[in-house]
Design a protein around this ligand. Structure first.
Ligand SMILES: Cc1cc2nc3c(=O)[nH]c(=O)nc-3n(C[C@H](O)[C@H](O)[C@H](O)COP(=O)(O)OP(=O)(O)OC[C@H]3O[C@@H](n4cnc5c(N)ncnc54)[C@H](O)[C@@H]3O)c2cc1C
Length: 375
């Protein structure tokens, strides 16, 4: 073990919670501050692919994680008529007893990760952020919002796309950039036929997917072009979502009739950030969306965040000088996260331009092959 005995994690999302669990398993004292007072997630879903199964196994969280979701094997692509045209499948990287993928409600995933982190002794404070980080020889002095102080061997910024830790390290150099598309999400009852990730497109360059989440539940995501990133009034979200689905045929076209309640629609613009400077300075390091926010076209943002947490914990366990620990972490993560962002943006651009020459199933298959490589 290196000189790291006490860590502060800023951000109680996917990356922060996995890092907290793993560091507690290694005997590190962990404080975690989360900006939200109401520490919850939406009930819509998230796709977790084969490399994430393997990472969760490293993290010692796989059983509870799999039991929170719905297991499936394949990604099936459809043409605008709703006819299946391609398939990409990840292997069972966590072993034959575990599925290749799961679909899981974000709220359930959050509960599972939160429960594990708390059970292992993470000290959590809600409604708190970090105002200042003052690096001293051998420690970081932290000033929290509200004025409290603390001293840590390492601070981990896991505070998402609009990271405050990133701003404290790099000012306003890195800001989330809107890519031109937005995502509309809604849960539905799951018919038996939706037993894999099913990906669709229409003739107007919009995309959609159906993701099984539970025996009786699935979620749909709808990806649309929204030039100028307009603000959508919450009360009109159902109507606006339905209007964007008129060109879809088959199952997606039918689901349009089931969208009535604006409170059931979760709408979000797609943004990207990628830090090309070092992902750490002194005793402060960043993981997850704080350092690389991707678009969700390859469903790997949370995957990269979880792998970051696993690799950083592994580097800390290996010990050695802190510079070696943190540079080793970045070296093991940089190209992988860059590959995901670059290839997600390739799909994004093709959809923006309604360019059907990009072979999406092939991009997905190559990504699954790439992410199957060891971390
Ligand atoms: C529409 C959409 C669909 C997606 N679908 C998928 C998918 O299917 N599969 C997949 O793998 N990925 C997907 N992603 C990406 C995935 O959601 C993110 O990559 C993942 O949530 C990143 O985790 P994180 O912990 O780094 O950041 P976050 O999940 O953003 O968590 C950051 C946490 O830090 C807290 N926080 C923020 N600022 C502060 C602060 N200053 N102080 C303290 N706390 C703070 C936040 O409240 C939050 O709890 C999708 C993303 C979008 C936008």
């Amino acid at each position: 073990m290196s000189e790291i005995g006490k860590v502060l994690i800023v951000g109680g999302g996917i990356a922060g919670l996995v890092a907290a669990s793993m560091l507690r398993d290694r005997g590190v004292a962990v404080d975690l501050v989360e900006k939200k007072r109401d520490w919850q997630e939406y009930g819509v879903g998230i796709i977790q692919q084969s490399n994430i199964m393997r990472a969760m196994q490293f993290a010692g969280l796989l059983d509870r994680y799999v039991s929170a979701g719905y297991a499936y094997e394949d990604n099936v692509f459809h043409d605008p008529e709703g006819v299946p045209v391609g398939r990409a499948s990840g292997g069972r990287l966590a072993g034959p007893d575990f599925p290749a993928n799961i679909g899981v409600r974000r709220s359930k995933l959050h509960e599972v990760l939160k429960e594990a982190a708390l059970e292992k002794g993470t000290q959590v404070r809600l409604g708190v952020t970090v105002d200042a980080l003052n690096q001293q020889p051998g420690r970081v002095d932290v000033t929290f919002s509200g004025g409290a102080q603390g001293a840590y061997d390492l601070v981990i910024g896991a505070d998402g796309a609009s990271s405050q830790v990133r701003a404290l390290l790099y000012g306003d150099k890195y800001q989330p950039t809107f890519v031109g598309q937005c995502v509309w999400r809604h849960n539905f009852a799951r018919p038996d036929e939706v037993d894999a990730l099913q990906i669709f497109s229409d003739t107007a360059g919009n995309a959609a997917g159906l993701v099984p989440l539970a025996h009786d539940l699935m979620y749909m995501y709808l990806v649309t072009k929204e030039p100028g990133n307009p603000k959508m009034p919450q009360a009109e979200l159902a109507e606006l979502m339905r209007a964007r689905m008129v060109h879809f045929k088959g199952r997606i076209g039918e689901l349009r009739r089931e969208i009535h309640d604006p409170a059931e629609v979760v709408y979000r613009p797609m943004e990207v950030v990628f830090v090309t400077d070092p992902w750490y300075q002194g005793r402060v390091v960043m993981i997850g969306d704080a350092v690389h926010t991707t678009t969700p076209h390859l469903a790997q943002g949370a995957g990269m965040a979880i792998e970051d947490a696993v690799v950083l914990s592994d580097q800390i366990s290996r010990g050695g000088p802190l510079e070696t620990v943190l540079s080793g972490y970045q070296a093991r993560r940089y190209e992988r996260a860059k590959y995901i962002q670059d290839n997600s943006l390739r799909v994004c651009r093709a959809q923006m331009e309604n360019d059907h020459s990009l072979n999406y199933p092939q991009v997905m298959a190559e990504m699954l092959h790439f992410t199957a490589q060891p971390i």
